[in-house]
Design a protein around this ligand. Structure first.
Ligand SMILES: [Zn+2]
Length: 278
């Protein structure tokens, strides 16, 4: 495992520093990627932990031109504004509505659009808008190497949590498939090691979500059930310690099924309940 603060070269143009914020949702910590040789961009500078910011600054010297964020969750973007202040680099990414899970300090001058590129002397970083985990999520494809910096769209070692309303399961599944429109070879996730087979990984993840959806649908009955009832059935293969998180993705599945009119929701004594649509 890569030590926190250590700079690891992954290819000719790509280096990685892992932030010291390991945990059940962040794996070994957030991956910050530094791309380029003469002028540089950092993708996901991570949390505002001084030792991590110093590690990035030590690596980039005075060559940092851009700071790109995949999204604005607190483990991905809070170091951005501090790094921008220290280096004069330009912020790149998108913002979203405040749902109390967003880093509001990240304020790029404009919202990067799908397929828009940021370039340096020997690199092109192409934005792929991938709503799903959260609606302002962007992946960045390094055209020259076929490496996609995937943030929390694809993780290695843990499952991406979809938190409604900013997160949306139908969007997530179609955003996974969108990566297949590009010549992507390697996934560089926001957490965990490189994933060498992008197509295989996307197909596996889509299959996993659709199987889970089938399990959610299979658990619905004509009697209305709450999230607490359903999580125990649908996530019986997941550590009960993780059920509070699983409930968020469960809700995202239920919203997708509601939108498809396969379930409907009622409110009983202040508790939302779902049952199979007639
Ligand atoms: Zn996230």
């Amino acid at each position: 495992m890569q030590a926190h603060g250590e700079v690891k070269a992954l290819s000719q143009r790509v280096r990685r520093v892992v932030a010291p914020n390991p945990g059940p949702m962040t794996g070994p910590g957030t991956n910050s990627y530094i791309i380029g040789e003469s002028d540089l961009v950092v993708v996901d500078p991570g949390p505002a932990i001084p030792a991590h910011i110093d590690a990035i600054l030590g690596c980039v010297g005075d060559r940092l031109r851009y700071i790109a964020c995949t999204h604005t969750h607190p483990d991905h973007s809070p170091a951005a504004s501090l790094l921008a202040e220290a280096t004069g680099a330009t912020l790149v990414g998108r913002t979203t509505a405040d749902d109390r899970h967003q880093d509001l300090s990240f304020q790029p001058a404009s919202q990067i659009e799908d397929d828009e590129c940021v370039t340096g002397e020997d690199w092109t970083l192409r934005a792929i808008h991938t709503p799903g985990h959260v609606d302002n999520h962007v992946c960045y494809l390094l055209d020259e190497e076929g490496v996609v910096f995937a943030g929390d769209h694809i993780m290695n070692g843990s499952t991406v949590v979809i938190v409604p309303p900013g997160g949306n399961m139908a969007h997530y599944i179609s955003s996974l498939r969108r990566l297949l429109d590009y010549d992507v070879k390697i996934v560089a996730p926001g957490h965990g090691e490189l994933i060498p087979d992008c197509r295989g990984e996307v197909e596996k993840l889509v299959r996993h979500r659709l199987l889970r959806e089938a399990k959610v649908f299979g658990a619905l009955t004509e009697a209305a059930q709450s999230l607490d009832d359903l999580v125990a059935i649908v996530y019986d293969d997941v550590d009960p310690m993780m059920h509070e998180w699983a409930k968020l993705s469960l809700l995202a599945h239920l919203i997708k099924l509601e939108d498809e009119r396969r379930t409907f929701k009622s409110l009983e004594a202040g508790i939302e309940r779902w049952q199979v649509a007639a």
